[in-house]
Unconditional design. Sequence first.
Length: 137
Amino acid sequence: MKTNSTMKTNSIVSVAVASAMTLALSVALPGTNVPARGQTPAAPAQAPTVPVQPKINLTLEQRHVIKEIIKDLNISPPAQKVETTVGATVPATINLNPMPQVVAEKVPQVKSHLFFVEDGKIVIVDPKENKIVDEID
């Protein structure tokens, strides 16, 4: 005779297996989710707004290295206020600086990037698209 705890364990395992199989079938058979005749398909859900992620992946250590080296260069900020959000296009009137050689050696991902300093932030710009790819506080 089975004990209560054994029966509960078997129930939980059965539910888990059934859930996994249902999920596997829904992934394996994507075309079977067709509405029955007479039903209208549901409107596609709006994708949630996701904040833009930097196009370069810098570790905290790399960000610190960049900040420490560039802050010692005393780069003057642009004459006009500039939007510094990732993905924003940098106006052509902004003077962009090449990445210092020592930064390029220590953080190769930013070797070809340009930068400017705005409100104490180092703003890293992709030179091909002239778009901000990261900012370091």
